[in-house]
Design a protein around this ligand. Structure first.
Ligand code: GLY
Length: 359
Protein backbone atom coordinates (compact mmCIF):
# COMPACT_ATOMS: atom_id res chain seq x y z
CA UNK A 1 0.00 0.00 0.00
CA UNK A 2 1.13 3.56 -0.72
CA UNK A 3 -0.08 6.76 0.90
CA UNK A 4 0.23 10.51 0.50
CA UNK A 5 -0.67 13.32 2.82
CA UNK A 6 -2.51 16.31 1.38
CA UNK A 7 -1.50 19.37 3.38
CA UNK A 8 -4.34 21.84 2.89
CA UNK A 9 -6.89 23.59 5.15
CA UNK A 10 -7.77 20.15 6.54
CA UNK A 11 -4.86 17.75 6.00
CA UNK A 12 -5.74 14.18 5.10
CA UNK A 13 -4.29 10.97 3.74
CA UNK A 14 -4.91 9.29 0.41
CA UNK A 15 -4.28 5.53 0.60
CA UNK A 16 -3.68 3.51 -2.56
CA UNK A 17 -3.60 -0.29 -2.49
CA UNK A 18 -5.42 -3.58 -2.73
CA UNK A 19 -8.63 -4.40 -0.81
CA UNK A 20 -8.72 -1.10 1.08
CA UNK A 21 -12.52 -1.15 0.95
CA UNK A 22 -12.33 -3.65 3.82
CA UNK A 23 -10.66 -0.98 5.98
CA UNK A 24 -13.31 1.74 5.58
CA UNK A 25 -14.74 0.88 9.02
CA UNK A 26 -11.36 1.31 10.72
CA UNK A 27 -10.67 4.59 8.95
CA UNK A 28 -14.12 6.06 9.77
CA UNK A 29 -14.12 4.94 13.41
CA UNK A 30 -10.58 6.14 14.11
CA UNK A 31 -10.83 9.29 16.25
CA UNK A 32 -14.61 8.81 16.67
CA UNK A 33 -16.25 7.09 19.59
CA UNK A 34 -19.51 6.28 17.88
CA UNK A 35 -21.03 7.40 14.63
CA UNK A 36 -23.29 6.52 11.74
CA UNK A 37 -22.37 6.63 8.09
CA UNK A 38 -24.62 7.46 5.18
CA UNK A 39 -23.09 5.40 2.36
CA UNK A 40 -23.86 7.07 -0.96
CA UNK A 41 -23.48 4.83 -3.96
CA UNK A 42 -25.13 4.02 -7.29
CA UNK A 43 -27.03 0.90 -8.33
CA UNK A 44 -24.08 -0.65 -10.17
CA UNK A 45 -21.59 -0.18 -7.35
CA UNK A 46 -24.15 -1.16 -4.70
CA UNK A 47 -24.56 -4.58 -6.28
CA UNK A 48 -20.79 -5.09 -6.43
CA UNK A 49 -19.37 -3.56 -3.27
CA UNK A 50 -21.95 -2.24 -0.79
CA UNK A 51 -22.01 -5.49 1.23
CA UNK A 52 -18.23 -5.36 1.74
CA UNK A 53 -18.26 -1.73 2.85
CA UNK A 54 -21.18 -2.50 5.18
CA UNK A 55 -19.34 -5.47 6.73
CA UNK A 56 -16.28 -3.35 7.43
CA UNK A 57 -18.28 -0.48 8.93
CA UNK A 58 -20.39 -2.81 11.06
CA UNK A 59 -17.36 -4.65 12.41
CA UNK A 60 -16.08 -1.32 13.71
CA UNK A 61 -19.39 -0.37 15.32
CA UNK A 62 -20.43 2.11 12.61
CA UNK A 63 -24.08 1.85 11.58
CA UNK A 64 -24.43 2.25 7.81
CA UNK A 65 -27.44 3.84 6.13
CA UNK A 66 -27.51 3.33 2.35
CA UNK A 67 -28.57 5.95 -0.18
CA UNK A 68 -28.53 4.79 -3.80
CA UNK A 69 -28.50 6.92 -6.98
CA UNK A 70 -29.00 5.91 -10.58
CA UNK A 71 -25.67 5.54 -12.39
CA UNK A 72 -24.67 8.36 -14.75
CA UNK A 73 -24.11 12.08 -15.09
CA UNK A 74 -27.86 12.83 -14.85
CA UNK A 75 -27.59 12.01 -11.14
CA UNK A 76 -25.44 15.08 -10.53
CA UNK A 77 -28.66 16.95 -9.88
CA UNK A 78 -30.74 18.87 -7.36
CA UNK A 79 -32.93 15.75 -7.06
CA UNK A 80 -30.00 13.59 -5.96
CA UNK A 81 -28.79 16.26 -3.56
CA UNK A 82 -32.33 16.52 -2.09
CA UNK A 83 -32.49 12.77 -1.77
CA UNK A 84 -29.27 12.64 0.27
CA UNK A 85 -30.27 15.59 2.46
CA UNK A 86 -33.67 13.93 2.90
CA UNK A 87 -32.07 10.75 4.28
CA UNK A 88 -29.70 12.70 6.53
CA UNK A 89 -32.56 14.72 8.02
CA UNK A 90 -35.05 11.83 8.29
CA UNK A 91 -32.45 9.68 10.02
CA UNK A 92 -31.52 12.63 12.25
CA UNK A 93 -27.83 12.52 11.41
CA UNK A 94 -25.78 14.74 13.72
CA UNK A 95 -22.47 16.50 13.25
CA UNK A 96 -20.72 13.43 14.71
CA UNK A 97 -21.98 11.34 11.79
CA UNK A 98 -20.40 11.05 8.35
CA UNK A 99 -20.98 10.54 4.64
CA UNK A 100 -19.06 7.80 2.85
CA UNK A 101 -18.93 8.10 -0.92
CA UNK A 102 -18.67 4.68 -2.58
CA UNK A 103 -18.63 5.27 -6.33
CA UNK A 104 -17.22 7.24 -9.23
CA UNK A 105 -17.02 10.96 -9.85
CA UNK A 106 -20.78 11.58 -9.90
CA UNK A 107 -21.41 9.89 -6.54
CA UNK A 108 -18.32 11.59 -5.06
CA UNK A 109 -19.47 15.02 -6.19
CA UNK A 110 -22.99 14.65 -4.79
CA UNK A 111 -21.65 13.11 -1.55
CA UNK A 112 -19.15 15.93 -1.11
CA UNK A 113 -21.72 18.65 -1.74
CA UNK A 114 -24.23 17.08 0.67
CA UNK A 115 -21.58 16.51 3.38
CA UNK A 116 -20.30 20.07 3.05
CA UNK A 117 -23.71 21.69 3.37
CA UNK A 118 -25.63 19.45 5.82
CA UNK A 119 -25.42 21.16 9.22
CA UNK A 120 -22.69 23.36 7.69
CA UNK A 121 -20.44 20.38 7.21
CA UNK A 122 -20.11 16.81 8.46
CA UNK A 123 -17.33 14.26 7.98
CA UNK A 124 -16.69 12.95 4.47
CA UNK A 125 -14.80 9.84 3.34
CA UNK A 126 -14.13 9.00 -0.30
CA UNK A 127 -13.91 5.43 -1.58
CA UNK A 128 -13.57 6.01 -5.35
CA UNK A 129 -14.46 3.06 -7.54
CA UNK A 130 -13.39 4.35 -10.97
CA UNK A 131 -9.94 5.25 -12.25
CA UNK A 132 -11.15 8.78 -12.99
CA UNK A 133 -12.36 9.28 -9.42
CA UNK A 134 -9.12 7.79 -8.00
CA UNK A 135 -6.76 10.01 -10.00
CA UNK A 136 -8.83 13.18 -9.96
CA UNK A 137 -12.32 13.61 -8.53
CA UNK A 138 -11.88 12.15 -5.03
CA UNK A 139 -8.84 14.30 -4.18
CA UNK A 140 -8.80 18.07 -3.70
CA UNK A 141 -12.27 18.64 -2.30
CA UNK A 142 -14.16 19.91 -5.37
CA UNK A 143 -17.77 18.77 -5.46
CA UNK A 144 -20.96 19.89 -7.09
CA UNK A 145 -24.09 19.31 -9.06
CA UNK A 146 -25.09 20.45 -12.54
CA UNK A 147 -27.80 22.94 -13.33
CA UNK A 148 -29.62 23.54 -16.59
CA UNK A 149 -27.23 26.44 -17.15
CA UNK A 150 -24.05 24.42 -16.84
CA UNK A 151 -21.89 21.71 -15.38
CA UNK A 152 -20.69 21.97 -11.76
CA UNK A 153 -22.36 25.35 -11.42
CA UNK A 154 -23.36 24.65 -7.81
CA UNK A 155 -20.82 23.25 -5.40
CA UNK A 156 -18.16 23.85 -2.79
CA UNK A 157 -14.56 22.97 -2.07
CA UNK A 158 -14.67 20.72 0.98
CA UNK A 159 -11.90 18.30 1.80
CA UNK A 160 -12.56 14.69 2.79
CA UNK A 161 -11.09 13.18 5.98
CA UNK A 162 -9.53 10.29 4.03
CA UNK A 163 -9.51 8.81 0.55
CA UNK A 164 -9.19 5.04 0.03
CA UNK A 165 -8.25 4.06 -3.54
CA UNK A 166 -8.74 0.30 -3.71
CA UNK A 167 -7.06 -0.78 -6.94
CA UNK A 168 -8.80 -4.17 -6.88
CA UNK A 169 -12.12 -2.42 -7.55
CA UNK A 170 -10.83 -1.49 -11.00
CA UNK A 171 -11.06 -5.15 -12.02
CA UNK A 172 -14.83 -4.92 -12.41
CA UNK A 173 -14.71 -1.60 -14.24
CA UNK A 174 -15.97 -1.82 -17.84
CA UNK A 175 -13.19 -1.10 -20.32
CA UNK A 176 -14.84 2.08 -21.61
CA UNK A 177 -15.02 3.55 -18.11
CA UNK A 178 -11.41 2.59 -17.36
CA UNK A 179 -10.33 4.35 -20.58
CA UNK A 180 -12.32 7.38 -19.48
CA UNK A 181 -10.03 7.63 -16.45
CA UNK A 182 -6.95 7.20 -18.62
CA UNK A 183 -7.73 10.55 -20.24
CA UNK A 184 -7.19 12.22 -16.83
CA UNK A 185 -3.95 10.22 -16.41
CA UNK A 186 -2.79 11.44 -19.84
CA UNK A 187 -3.72 14.97 -18.74
CA UNK A 188 -1.42 14.68 -15.68
CA UNK A 189 1.41 13.60 -17.95
CA UNK A 190 0.91 16.51 -20.33
CA UNK A 191 0.70 19.23 -17.69
CA UNK A 192 3.46 18.09 -15.35
CA UNK A 193 5.20 14.78 -16.09
CA UNK A 194 6.83 13.89 -19.41
CA UNK A 195 8.05 10.56 -17.96
CA UNK A 196 4.52 9.52 -17.01
CA UNK A 197 3.36 10.39 -20.54
CA UNK A 198 6.22 8.42 -22.10
CA UNK A 199 5.44 5.45 -19.83
CA UNK A 200 1.82 5.56 -21.06
CA UNK A 201 3.08 5.60 -24.64
CA UNK A 202 5.24 2.53 -24.05
CA UNK A 203 3.57 0.41 -21.35
CA UNK A 204 0.16 -0.80 -20.28
CA UNK A 205 -0.88 1.23 -17.21
CA UNK A 206 -3.09 -1.63 -15.99
CA UNK A 207 0.07 -3.56 -15.16
CA UNK A 208 1.13 -1.06 -12.54
CA UNK A 209 -1.97 0.92 -11.75
CA UNK A 210 -0.90 1.52 -8.13
CA UNK A 211 2.16 3.51 -9.30
CA UNK A 212 0.18 5.36 -11.95
CA UNK A 213 -2.56 6.38 -9.50
CA UNK A 214 0.05 7.40 -6.93
CA UNK A 215 1.84 9.66 -9.41
CA UNK A 216 -1.38 11.33 -10.59
CA UNK A 217 -2.52 11.93 -7.02
CA UNK A 218 0.93 13.31 -6.21
CA UNK A 219 0.77 15.76 -9.13
CA UNK A 220 -2.73 16.84 -8.11
CA UNK A 221 -1.76 17.03 -4.42
CA UNK A 222 1.16 19.35 -5.20
CA UNK A 223 -1.05 21.66 -7.23
CA UNK A 224 -3.92 21.67 -4.70
CA UNK A 225 -1.52 22.43 -1.85
CA UNK A 226 -0.40 25.52 -3.72
CA UNK A 227 -3.91 26.71 -4.66
CA UNK A 228 -6.61 24.90 -2.72
CA UNK A 229 -9.30 27.46 -3.53
CA UNK A 230 -8.78 27.29 -7.29
CA UNK A 231 -7.68 30.88 -7.86
CA UNK A 232 -4.73 30.32 -10.21
CA UNK A 233 -2.36 27.34 -10.61
CA UNK A 234 -5.13 24.77 -9.92
CA UNK A 235 -6.64 25.78 -13.27
CA UNK A 236 -3.89 23.64 -14.83
CA UNK A 237 -5.94 20.60 -13.83
CA UNK A 238 -8.56 21.82 -16.28
CA UNK A 239 -6.37 21.11 -19.30
CA UNK A 240 -8.68 19.74 -21.99
CA UNK A 241 -11.78 20.63 -19.98
CA UNK A 242 -12.66 23.93 -21.70
CA UNK A 243 -13.53 22.20 -24.98
CA UNK A 244 -14.17 18.94 -23.12
CA UNK A 245 -17.08 20.34 -21.12
CA UNK A 246 -18.41 21.91 -24.34
CA UNK A 247 -18.32 18.56 -26.16
CA UNK A 248 -19.95 16.78 -23.20
CA UNK A 249 -22.73 19.36 -23.04
CA UNK A 250 -23.34 19.49 -26.79
CA UNK A 251 -23.59 15.69 -26.87
CA UNK A 252 -26.26 15.78 -24.15
CA UNK A 253 -23.72 13.95 -21.94
CA UNK A 254 -23.71 10.90 -24.22
CA UNK A 255 -19.96 11.43 -24.69
CA UNK A 256 -18.29 10.52 -21.41
CA UNK A 257 -16.21 13.08 -19.49
CA UNK A 258 -12.78 11.53 -20.15
CA UNK A 259 -13.54 10.93 -23.82
CA UNK A 260 -14.61 14.58 -24.19
CA UNK A 261 -11.51 15.78 -22.31
CA UNK A 262 -9.31 13.80 -24.74
CA UNK A 263 -10.90 15.66 -27.66
CA UNK A 264 -10.47 18.90 -25.69
CA UNK A 265 -6.77 18.25 -25.06
CA UNK A 266 -6.08 17.70 -28.75
CA UNK A 267 -8.01 20.81 -29.81
CA UNK A 268 -6.24 22.92 -27.19
CA UNK A 269 -2.82 21.61 -28.21
CA UNK A 270 -3.63 22.61 -31.80
CA UNK A 271 -4.69 26.07 -30.62
CA UNK A 272 -1.42 26.37 -28.65
CA UNK A 273 0.58 25.29 -31.69
CA UNK A 274 -1.22 27.86 -33.83
CA UNK A 275 -0.25 30.52 -31.29
CA UNK A 276 3.36 29.28 -31.61
CA UNK A 277 3.40 28.34 -27.94
CA UNK A 278 3.56 24.59 -28.24
CA UNK A 279 6.16 22.19 -29.64
CA UNK A 280 5.26 20.53 -32.95
CA UNK A 281 5.28 16.99 -31.52
CA UNK A 282 2.50 17.63 -28.95
CA UNK A 283 -0.48 17.14 -31.26
CA UNK A 284 0.77 13.95 -32.97
CA UNK A 285 1.79 12.42 -29.64
CA UNK A 286 -1.62 13.24 -28.14
CA UNK A 287 -3.40 11.74 -31.13
CA UNK A 288 -1.28 8.60 -31.03
CA UNK A 289 -1.86 8.04 -27.34
CA UNK A 290 -5.60 8.63 -27.75
CA UNK A 291 -5.71 6.01 -30.51
CA UNK A 292 -3.64 3.58 -28.42
CA UNK A 293 -6.25 3.72 -25.65
CA UNK A 294 -9.31 3.82 -27.88
CA UNK A 295 -10.12 7.42 -27.04
CA UNK A 296 -11.55 9.85 -29.64
CA UNK A 297 -9.29 12.24 -31.56
CA UNK A 298 -11.90 14.45 -33.22
CA UNK A 299 -15.35 15.95 -32.87
CA UNK A 300 -18.11 16.64 -35.36
CA UNK A 301 -19.36 19.73 -33.52
CA UNK A 302 -18.88 23.01 -35.39
CA UNK A 303 -16.66 25.87 -34.24
CA UNK A 304 -19.64 28.15 -33.52
CA UNK A 305 -21.32 25.44 -31.43
CA UNK A 306 -18.15 24.80 -29.43
CA UNK A 307 -17.47 28.51 -28.92
CA UNK A 308 -21.02 29.15 -27.70
CA UNK A 309 -20.82 26.22 -25.27
CA UNK A 310 -17.43 27.37 -23.95
CA UNK A 311 -18.78 30.89 -23.42
CA UNK A 312 -21.81 29.55 -21.54
CA UNK A 313 -19.51 27.48 -19.31
CA UNK A 314 -17.03 30.28 -18.74
CA UNK A 315 -16.59 31.69 -15.23
CA UNK A 316 -18.68 34.85 -14.98
CA UNK A 317 -17.42 38.40 -14.81
CA UNK A 318 -14.13 38.34 -16.69
CA UNK A 319 -13.24 39.73 -20.09
CA UNK A 320 -10.47 37.20 -20.49
CA UNK A 321 -10.68 33.47 -20.92
CA UNK A 322 -7.96 31.44 -19.25
CA UNK A 323 -6.86 28.58 -21.45
CA UNK A 324 -4.55 25.82 -20.24
CA UNK A 325 -2.04 25.23 -23.02
CA UNK A 326 0.78 22.72 -23.25
CA UNK A 327 4.16 24.19 -24.16
CA UNK A 328 5.56 20.71 -24.47
CA UNK A 329 4.57 17.25 -23.26
CA UNK A 330 5.20 17.51 -19.50
CA UNK A 331 4.63 21.23 -19.06
CA UNK A 332 1.53 23.40 -19.46
CA UNK A 333 0.76 26.99 -18.59
CA UNK A 334 -2.31 29.15 -18.11
CA UNK A 335 -2.66 31.56 -21.05
CA UNK A 336 -5.25 34.34 -20.84
CA UNK A 337 -6.82 35.26 -24.19
CA UNK A 338 -9.36 37.90 -25.15
CA UNK A 339 -12.82 36.43 -25.52
CA UNK A 340 -13.14 37.67 -29.10
CA UNK A 341 -10.18 35.47 -30.17
CA UNK A 342 -11.85 32.22 -29.13
CA UNK A 343 -13.95 31.82 -32.26
CA UNK A 344 -10.94 32.12 -34.56
CA UNK A 345 -8.76 29.79 -32.45
CA UNK A 346 -11.49 27.17 -32.36
CA UNK A 347 -12.20 27.40 -36.10
CA UNK A 348 -8.49 27.02 -36.93
CA UNK A 349 -8.08 24.01 -34.61
CA UNK A 350 -11.17 22.34 -36.15
CA UNK A 351 -10.01 23.03 -39.71
CA UNK A 352 -6.74 21.27 -38.99
CA UNK A 353 -8.72 18.39 -37.54
CA UNK A 354 -10.42 17.82 -40.91
CA UNK A 355 -7.13 18.27 -42.82
CA UNK A 356 -5.44 15.71 -40.57
CA UNK A 357 -8.35 13.27 -40.93
CA UNK A 358 -8.05 13.45 -44.71
CA UNK A 359 -4.29 12.64 -44.51
N1 GLY B 1 -10.72 18.33 -11.23
C1 GLY B 1 -9.98 19.53 -11.21
C2 GLY B 1 -9.71 20.02 -9.85
O1 GLY B 1 -9.93 19.33 -8.87
O2 GLY B 1 -9.27 21.14 -9.72
Amino acid sequence: MKSLNVKCSRPYDVFIGKNLIDSIGDVVSENRRKCRALVLTDETVRDLYYARALRSLKSCGVEAVPCVLLPGEASKSFESYNKVIGVLTEQEFSRQDVVVSLGGGVVGDVAGFAASTYMRGIGLFQVPTTLLAMVDASVGGKNGINSEKGKNLIGTIYQPESVLCDTELLKTLPDEIFRDGLAEVIKCGVIRDARLFAALENEDPRLRNEDVIYRCVEIKRNIVQEDETDKNIRHLLNFGHTYGHAVEKLSGYTIRHGHAVMIGMILMARAARNMKLCREDCVPRLKNIARKYGLPVSTSFRADELTAAVMADKKRGTELLELVMPLTIGYAEIVPIRLDRLDMLTAAALNEQSDETQD
